[in-house]
Design a protein around this ligand. Structure first.
Ligand code: HEM
Length: 388
């Protein structure tokens, strides 16, 4: 179990989780145990058993996160998105314009800005007032700092600060919900969908607020980390970058001729870029294990998983968006987000990675060291005349 309470948290969250699991698999076998972020946890490093937990016997386990995260994020959302292509394109074009005067960017930082903006329009719709969204940003960042910490409710701990921010965020969201209900205009985004539910499926304000926070968290860091790796891999493999450029250039020319913004169909006609994204999801492996919690004592292959214990299954196979009933409902949105960014980036910019360091940092997702600083050169003037 490692140290009391702390267990092996530090090792798991500061190194490559694959190394963590592999080392212990050699020592203890495919199932072992530890304390992770204050919870007793069964650790699984095997495809068959991961499938039992996520798919075939999933009723014996409920979705969970470590306690700190669970106090702040309760992702129950079933989430679908269409028709956001133009909105996403506008965000990309603004982002690229903001890079014009800086010859260097921190990629992770910029990708976080991007995925945050996309998450915001996904949950609130395009019409939401900018100051409402800005007000949420600061609170969201406070939560972000504490949601992967030990759940110690002591003054000064990241957890305590994050809980305070979570309460404020929740209040703000409830006010937004009440305002939309009062004026009888549900507005766009996932929030609009929730508010428009019929009597039978109606969600309470607190269920809606939990879902909104959950979706923002699920959408933000994940997409930003994968995008950062995508730019690194494209830079490190010039032949792939060339193939992607050719594919995107064809679409760009067609758009110029037909004078139109990017469409959903365009994003379906990018097979090379789509495969580069798939390979990035595999190689970067940003979520190398998933959490569940045993809802009763469960025995698998002679191992007892006690009721209430967390279970951390690592499937050891390609499953970037999970599997089973709780697999990622945002996967298509995430892919479209990446495709549109690559389309405009390759059409307008060339980039160089600064420094030779190929190291990885865990934040806790694996990302290139120092967030991948890039030097940018604009090669073509902005061409957004047809977007929106
Ligand atoms: C490349 C980016 C992304 C990756 C790699 C990713 C990966 C995942 C994975 C592996 C899960 C399953 C977690 C589990 O089984 O415990 C998941 C769940 C989820 N994802 Fe994503 N995701 C991404 C982007 C997004 C986006 C953009 C959204 C929403 C806009 C989103 C919303 C969600 C939600 C709400 C869940 C919880 C589903 C449930 O518990 O039923 N994700 N994601």
């Amino acid at each position: 179990m490692g140290w009391p309470y702390v267990g092996k948290t530090l090792s798991l969250y500061t190194q490559n989780p694959n190394t963590f699991f592999s080392k212990r698999q050699i020592r203890y076998g495919k199932i072992f145990k530890s304390h992770i972020l204050g919870c007793p946890c069964v650790m699984i490093s095997n495809l068959e058993i991961a499938k039992i937990i996520l798919v075939t016997q999933s009723h014996l386990f409920k979705p969970t996160y470590p306690i700190s995260k669970e106090m702040m994020i309760r992702p129950q959302a079933v989430f679908f998105h269409q028709g956001m292509v133009h909105n996403i394109e506008d965000i990309v074009l603004d982002l690229l314009t903001s890079w014009e005067d800086s010859n260097m960017i921190n990629t992770l930082h910029e990708m976080k800005k991007y995925s945050y903006e996309v998450a915001m329009i996904s949950v609130f719709g395009k019409e939401t007032e900018v100051n409402e969204i800005e007000g949420l940003k600061h609170l969201y960042h406070c939560i972000e700092k504490g949601y992967n910490s030990m759940p110690l409710n002591l003054p000064g701990t990241p957890f305590k600060k994050a809980m305070k921010a979570w309460k404020l965020l929740n209040e703000r969201l409830r006010k937004m919900i009440q305002k939309r209900r009062e004026i009888g205009e549900y507005g766009g985004g996932l929030l609009g969908v929730f508010l428009g539910l019929t009597e039978k499926d109606l969600l309470s304000d607190s269920q809606i607020a939990d879902n909104i926070v959950g979706v923002i968290f699920a959408a933000h860091d994940t997409t930003a980390s994968v995008l950062t790796w995508l730019l690194k891999y494209l830079h490190d493999h010039p032949h792939l970058l060339d193939a992607v450029k050719i594919e995107q250039e064809e679409i760009r020319c067609e758009r110029l001729v037909t004078k139109r913004g990017i469409t959903w169909d365009d994003t379906r006609s990018m097979p090379v870029t789509a495969r580069v994204i798939q390979e990035t999801l595999r190689a970067a492996s940003i979520l190398s294990f998933l959490f569940r919690e045993a809802v009763e004592d469960v025995e698998i292959e002679g191992y007892l998983m006690p009721c209430g214990w967390k279970v951390a299954p690592r499937a050891n196979t390609y499953m970037p968006f999970g599997n089973g009933a709780h697999s990622c409902p945002g996967r298509e949105l995430a892919k479209v987000e990446m495709l549109i960014l690559v389309h405009h980036l390759t059409a307008s910019f060339r980039w160089e990675v600064i420094g030779e360091d190929n190291g990885i940092e865990y934040v806790p997702f694996p990302v290139p060291k120092q967030g991948l600083p890039l030097k940018l050169h604009r090669i073509r003037a902005k061409y957004n005349a047809f977007s929106g």
